[in-house]
Write a protein that binds this ligand. Structure first.
Ligand code: MG
Length: 334
């Protein structure tokens, strides 16, 4: 099976500023295995760069990974043979293998997984860090019933207050690891007054003990872990510590581990949001196929990009319509 890739720069419609930093572009890599396609998003704060992704793919080719015989019913074996390394590249390979198998069997991925596409939760629309009035205006102008506000920029309470005043939408917020324990304990109960769905990743990456402590403070709003969670094992470590977890295909290195992470969360009575990185319709549509298993979705990537080269999931406002074509159902735009 032939493995090829294409480096591609996604241009964002507006500067995307979060607690980790700001960007106007993302340098992703599209991966092809035969007819199968996947996307490897570069994510600077996870150490995933375009060059690192390409290096991994070159290593795969020279290691003979693509020379093995492919049996579409042995996805687990194929993916188990991937060497460790770039999560983003492994995720793209996992997506491309699932896409390829779906195409070989003539079925959309959600059908291979036994999922009802009508059960996909609505996606939120993300508004990045900016002056509170700008954030409120973007939230209002989006006309979306679910808004996610990025926090950790210093004006957090004023920002949430401005959005709450400008709209009556559902609001969830994401600190992207931007607060200390003390800041979080002081700020979250105040933000809770504005009727939030939940707060994502308030504390620095890996501070599980801090989350456990925060939980005992009864912050008044549900807490979800995002950057802390990569694998099913990470989900288990957060049982009783947070109310929910955010699953993303890049973090779990693909669909297989994402499915395990979702099932572990379910077993531990935790809620699940499926999210994405800054990705085109290729990577985001793959995540959308798992959305029927999740309580919440944050899959607005394509809405933030000016030059999305693919078409896949279709948005009707916040509602996501999954393509019924085989595999991921994603096509290159003409
Ligand atoms: Mg997040």
């Amino acid at each position: 099976m032939e493995l090829t890739w294409e480096a591609y720069t996604l241009n964002l419609k507006t500067t995307f500023r979060i607690a980790h930093g700001a960007s106007d572009q993302r340098n992703n890599v599209f991966v092809h295995i035969g007819e199968g396609m996947g996307e490897a998003p570069s994510v600077p704060h996870f150490g995933e760069t375009q060059q690192g992704i390409i290096d991994y793919l070159e290593r795969l080719v020279s290691s003979g990974f693509t020379d093995q015989s492919w049996d579409p019913f042995l996805i687990e074996d194929i993916l188990d043979s991937l060497p460790s390394g770039s999560l983003a590249a492994r995720s793209a390979i996992d997506l491309a293998v699932h896409d390829l198998v779906g195409k070989q069997l003539g079925q959309p991925l959600y059908r291979l997984l036994g999922l009802n596409p009508l059960k996909a939760p609505h996606t939120c629309f993300t508004v990045a860090i900016d002056e509170p009035e700008m954030v409120a205006e973007r939230a209002r102008a989006s006309n979306m019933p679910f808004i996610k506000i990025k926090l950790g920029g210093g004006n957090d309470e004023a920002t949430v207050a401005a959005v709450r005043q400008a709209t009556n939408t559902h609001i969830r917020v994401d600190a992207n690891a931007g607060w200390s324990r003390e800041q979080a304990a002081r700020l979250i109960p105040r933000l809770a007054e504005y009727d939030l769905e939940f707060v994502e990743q308030p504390l620095p990456v890996g501070d599980i003990e801090g989350l456990r402590w925060l939980h005992t403070q009864n912050p008044g709003v549900r807490i979800f872990a995002d950057e802390n969670i990569h694998t099913a094992h990470d989900v288990a470590l957060h049982a009783g510590v947070v109310d929910g977890v955010v699953i993303k295909l890049m973090k779990s290195a693909g669909i297989r581990e994402a499915l395990r992470a979702i099932q572990v969360a379910r077993a531990l009575d935790m809620q699940v949001m499926i999210g994405c990185m800054v990705e085109s319709s290729l990577g985001v549509t793959a995540a959308a196929h798992l959305a029927p298993l999740c309580d919440y979705a944050d899959l607005d990537g394509p809405l933030l990009i000016a030059n999305d080269p693919y078409q896949g999931v279709v948005y009707e406002g916040s509602r996501m319509l999954l393509p019924d074509r085989p595999g991921l159902g994603v096509m290159r735009k003409a």
